[in-house]
Design a protein around this ligand. Structure first.
Ligand code: 9D3
Length: 256
């Protein structure tokens, strides 16, 4: 996959695209991440990319011309048909389903804004899709572009070494994760749930599924709305809620 990011702060991208899962994918040639700085396409001697909003008000906007030229340059770095995606607070909320769709594309241009945002005509002229990370205020679109890159690149074939994590992620897709524990067995009197130590793998699978369903029901009930549970899932969730109602904390009592 070829990704080109349009940004006034291209230095923000490098550390990220050089490290971790994405860094390894770049090194292995599974993805290429380039950048284009609109400042390089400003037509005046000062490299001006911003201007004041018509109608007044605080802050500055990104001018159409340098952005449009930068986006054209970015398009030349990716395959034909790759969408131009703007990261803006007004965009549709990015989620795993969007990441899965983007991961099927040969490439994309991600456009990160700064200041108060873009001249609306630029969006009308060149934007295929607008994405937001959610309802909080960032200082620009770069972190959002990086989140989109990270979530998408992880899904590309061959990126996750053992494949195991990607399979598990898709298996439990749409549910919160169950709790995890590693050594030692007791920390400040808090024991690892006994079922995880006993070696009954079917019991462990059921316990994890029950925790995932229970936590999702308590913390993100909207994720379960409009989703039909299997008979087993329904029973596990009912058990979870009933045990919680009874204040059953047996699972977390130290064994020794
Ligand atoms: C505080 C300024 N806002 C009130 C008028 C408007 C505003 C403009 C530009 C708010 C944030 C930004 C910069 N944010 C992004 O470019 C952005 C973003 C975000 O802030 N939150 C979640 N997702 C995204 S994607 C791009």
């Amino acid at each position: 996959m070829d990704i080109a990011v349009v940004s006034l702060f291209p230095e923000m991208l490098a550390p990220f695209t050089e490290l971790g899962v994405v860094g390894r994918a770049v090194q292995r040639g599974l993805v290429r991440v380039g950048s284009v700085d609109p400042r390089g396409y400003a037509t005046d001697v000062h490299g001006t990319v911003d201007d004041r909003p018509y109608g007044g008000g605080p802050g500055m906007l990104l001018r159409v011309e340098p952005c449009a030229t930068a986006i054209a340059a970015a398009r030349s770095q990716v395959p034909g048909g790759s969408p131009v995606i703007f990261l803006t607070p007004q965009g549709r909320k990015f989620d795993q389903a969007v990441a899965r769709r983007l991961a099927t594309l040969p490439g994309m241009v991600l456009v990160a804004g700064r200041y108060e945002g873009f001249d609306e005509r630029l969006i009308e002229m060149v934007c295929d899709e607008e994405l937001s990370l959610g309802d909080f205020v960032l200082s620009g679109g770069e972190l959002a572009a990086l989140a989109v890159i990270d979530a998408t690149v992880r899904l590309l074939p061959g990126v996750l070494g053992d494949g195991q994590s990607a399979v598990e992620d898709s298996f439990s897709a749409g549910l919160l994760d169950h709790p995890h524990y590693t050594r030692p067995e007791v920390v400040e009197g808090r024991a690892v749930p006994g079922v995880l130590l006993a070696g009954d793998h079917e019991a462990i699978r059921r316990w994890r599924r029950k925790q995932a369903l229970g936590r999702t029901s308590l913390r993100r009930p909207e994720l379960l709305q409009g989703r039909s549970l299997t008979t087993e899932d329904r029973r596990l969730l009912d058990e979870f809620l009933e045990e919680r109602r009874l204040g059953n904390e047996d699972d977390n009592r130290p064994l020794h």
